[in-house]
Design a protein. Sequence first.
Length: 185
Amino acid sequence: MKRDDPAPSKGSTQAILRHWREAVPNDRLAHLVRDAAKGLTRALHLRLTEHSVGFGHWAFLRILWEKDGLAQRELSEQAGVTEATTFSALKAMEKRRYIVRKRYAGDRKKVFIFLTPKGRALKAKLVPLALEINEIAVRGVSTADIAIARKMLLRMIQNLADDEAKNLSGNRHKPKAKPARQSAY
């Protein structure tokens, strides 16, 4: 950043970058991954807004582009959000005519979600935006380093999934006790 450039706004990707370079260059990996994800999310959000698509709709659209006609509960599970969040997002998506909800005579409880032609057409507009963001994010990074990063992140996800399964099964391990802090007095 040049000296005469205005200070980046709080929460901007530039502010996050400055934080990492100046304030905490050796902070925990979890924070670095979170901040990289925030930068990717921000870039996507800005592009989706240009097409009047809410960021909260992105996950649902991606899922429905792959498998249309899911039950609302299945969609919620695949998106990793609560059913209340899904309900609110789908209500807004229905209002924008991206989806329709249907019930079948044999099962009046389940609500199935289907893309409309308008919702399906968004794929051709929005997926290239996501691809562009990925290209921007890895600009200047070698193909080999990208492969290593993917392998490492997948291993981290696997390790965390294994830990979660172990904790949910009741075999939770207790963290080692930290030694008592000595008084500064």
